[in-house]
Design a protein around this ligand. Sequence first.
Ligand SMILES: [Zn+2]
Length: 130
Amino acid sequence: MSTVLSAEECKQCGHEDADSEFDCRTYKTFMMCCRCGYGETWYRKYDEDGDHCGWKHEITRGVGVLWYRDTGESAFCSQPLSTSKNVLAAESWLREQIANGSIEAETAEFWARMREQHGGKSMAKAAITS
Ligand SMILES: [Zn+2]
């Protein structure tokens, strides 16, 4: 399997370094913004004979992204969040993980949309501390 990685501008928040991935075998295209969590996916559709007959396009709105690194690990993890309920649950989960030592507190942060009244484009980076 071969993929092409690139960066593109997020259609929701305007962040210029949203991750984009194109699968050369399946033609699936996936984009996720590492700042607001907005995502788009394009899939090929096939008819009953297996012939390509169109595309399916899915859009997931983003209200934030949770970033953290597990204690003792080198790779960062990210979790896009699509509802305010997701943000509250993620923050609660993150505080528990920091308290029990599973996650390094200094690596944990949220990129979350804080003020809907400012056109939904006001983003704030918030560090989580225990
Ligand atoms: Zn974005």
